[in-house]
Design a protein around this ligand. Structure first.
Ligand code: HSE
Length: 300
């Protein structure tokens, strides 16, 4: 009658793969507790760690919207439960915060119902949480948060998602500067048209990154962590973006870009020492312009 589930933060886009690449990190992440109750319907009993900012109504919060969709799909609208959400990451951080809540929620509910669906089948429900939170049902945060590791969304209609193996010695440094960017706004400023020249460059890097990951070719990973479409537009929202990126690369990172829709920035490095050095340099560079930043180090 009681289930507790954890879902991790994620890095979406991974430089060149807007809306199609994402990977999970170990920590932080959100935790959801659900408890069965006799009356039908879902009630949010408590939310911690959000400074009172998230909606408390079940129809408006990503964590419960996904549960309502799942109950409807299973024809279990008679079911009732009470939900407690523990948010362990900032909102509007580019760390897949809404995705972690949605995934933890849908996993907990599925478990409480006796696991009628497989993990992968929960994905479309978790995506509905993203629709509520950011206006777009992208899967590059919920996918890896649900399945772990590095995932590719080859197609959205129909949904086709698969995992890519990554080299053992690959580490991620995720650095969160203390500012907030709303994913909806960060999507709104993007251009709808892309030139053929940029499409070719981006496709080359997408192919290069996947191949580099699969062959443990760190040089190829490094050369492929280039985004000619999204990063030039969004980076203007992040103070000292170019300096922070340069600091990461000068201090041993293979590459560095925006995590999801930002403002967090991530670097990939070979080995934990390089990842630590790169992250510390990124934090120092933000500090030079008076921005506090928090670093999270993780294997992938
Ligand atoms: N692919 C999405 C975006 C991820 O960049 O808007 C948001 O976290």
């Amino acid at each position: 009658n009681y289930i507790k589930a954890f879902a991790p933060a994620t890095v979406a886009n991974v430089a060149c793969g807007f809306d199609i690449f994402g990977f999970a990190i170990q920590e932080p992440g959100d935790t959801v507790e659900i408890r069965r109750r006799d009356e039908p319907g879902i009630v949010i009993a408590d939310i911690t760690g959000d400074e009172g900012r998230l909606p408390r109504s079940a129809e408006k919060n990503a964590v419960t919207v996904v549960m309502l969709h799942l109950l409807k799909h299973l024809g279990r609208t008679d079911f009732g439960c009470e939900v407690v959400l523990h948010k362990n990451m900032p909102l509007g951080s580019g760390m897949g915060s809404s995705a972690a809540s949605a995934v933890a929620g849908v996993v907990a509910l599925n478990e409480l119902l006796g696991s009628p669906l497989s993990r992968k089948d929960l994905l479309p429900f978790a995506m509905e949480g993203e629709r509520i939170a950011s206006g777009s049902a992208h899967a590059d945060n919920v996918g890896p948060s649900l399945l772990g590791g590095f995932v590719v969304i080859r197609s959205y209609t129909p949904l086709d998602i698969f995992s890519v193996p990554v080299p053992e010695d690959l580490y991620c440094t995720l650095v969160h500067p203390d500012i907030e960017i709303n994913t909806k706004d960060a999507r709104y400023i993007l251009r709808n048209e892309v030139s053929l020249k940029n499409t070719i460059a981006q496709m080359g890097n997408v192919a290069g990154l996947v191949t580099g990951l699969m062959k443990s070719d760190y040089e190829l990973i490094s050369r492929s962590m280039v985004d000619v479409i999204i990063e030039p537009v969004r980076s203007i929202l992040i103070p000292s973006f170019n300096e922070v990126k340069k600091a990461a690369i000068d201090n041993g990172a293979l590459g560095c870009s925006i995590s999801g829709s930002g403002p967090s920035m991530f670097a990939l490095s070979r080995g934990i020492e390089n990842a630590t050095k790169a992250g510390e340099a990124m934090v120092r560079t933000f500090a030079e312009v008076g921005i506090d930043a928090t670093m999270h180090l993780s294997g992938i």
